[in-house]
Design a protein around this ligand. Structure first.
Ligand SMILES: [Zn+2]
Ligand SMILES: [Zn+2]
Length: 143
């Protein structure tokens, strides 16, 4: 129980510090979306966010979500998931690649720090890597 509360305190402190730094008001809507990315560390599009929160927060509209996501992205809290054709955001953690399943559309983070780049790419300042294929779950179902 104690750790639960500490996590909660940590979250509140992080959210408060973020809003202060960004000059954003601490609204319930911002808090809800901040929390989604803070706790889940996954890839979320506007539809995913609507689906996750609309039952409890029917007043939260799509335009507001877009606006909040834009603010969060500008402040460097989240970034667009750089997978072609995918409109989702993720917590701006360390750089990593993605594996996109062509069956279920699931996006999985891939640690790309061990990938050996050819010499010509050593000076590259911007790299985004996407692997395409079928995830283990879908591969199992196909059998
Ligand atoms: Zn799949
Ligand atoms: Zn990712």
């Amino acid at each position: 129980m104690l750790t639960m509360r500490n996590n909660e305190d940590e979250f509140e402190a992080a959210f408060a510090a973020f809003c202060k730094r960004a000059g954003l008001r601490r609204t319930i809507q911002r808090r809800i979306i901040y929390e989604l990315f803070y706790k889940a560390r996954c890839h979320l599009g506007v539809e995913d966010i609507m689906a996750k929160i609309s039952i409890k927060n029917p007043e939260l509209r799509q335009e507001s979500i877009y606006r909040i996501l834009n603010d969060f992205e500008r402040e460097g809290y989240i970034r667009k998931v750089r997978v072609p054709g995918v409109k989702k955001y993720e917590y701006a953690s360390e750089k990593h690649g993605h594996f996109l399943c062509s069956e279920c559309g699931r996006i999985t983070d891939v640690d790309t720090s061990d990938i050996h780049l050819p010499t010509i790419l050593l000076g590259a300042s911007d790299v985004s890597i996407t692997f395409n294929g079928i995830c283990p779950n879908c591969a199992k179902k196909k059998k």
